[in-house]
Design a protein around this ligand. Sequence first.
Ligand code: PGA
Length: 252
Amino acid sequence: MRKNIVAGNWKMNTTLPEGLELAKQVNTLLAEECPKCDVVICVPFTHLAMVNEIIDKNKLGLGAENCADHKSGAYTGEISAAMVASTGAGYVILGHSERRQYYGETSEILRDKVRLALDNGLTPIFCIGEVLAERENGSYFDVVKKQVEEGLFNLDAAEFGKVILAYEPVWAIGTGKTATADQAQEIHAFIRKTVEEKYGKEVADNTSILYGGSCKPSNAKELFAKPDVDGGLIGGAALEAESFMGIVNAFE
Ligand code: PGA
């Protein structure tokens, strides 16, 4: 059966010393708990190798927030999937709306990134989600379906089975405005159905679909109680160890 997962997305926050301190705090709090979900922190590239040294990987997974769409070579400033994997990280967020919106990441680019992530043994946390206008005009089902189809449906079933999905409505990210639990359930069920139509019921049932967008300790329980919401991708609330753990502990 699919896993419940709470993953932090630190984005472009924390210097290296600050990041190490935060990772240490999360690690310490986790050592005292038996969480009912997998816990992952996705941190800036500069932090990966050192965070990897100080966390208990049996309890806390480590991921990057992006990787390059090329294997290696003359791409100044880029970080490859192989480089990410060599730090000890096991996950990589791909297709976050901030990457799509500010850095022009298209489905075509994302397909290459997903391929390279999988080839290097990384688990992609693949993000999808509509903007406010698409929510309001009702096209969000089509938008999200297209993102899943274009970004991932070139994979075979075994490969797709390694991917974690994260539904993140852009209008809810960092805005304090959360999708209601019913809104999340509606679209998560639709995403699972879309996966089922392509890969069958078993693959769909085994796919973890996380919710992201102003998820916090006060609303996590209600969101995670929905049958098709398998955890969260957490931005702002992951920057403080106690609030991140408050979300982890929403799974009882
Ligand atoms: P937020 O970000 O929790 O700060 O809304 C979520 C995300 O962008 O992954």
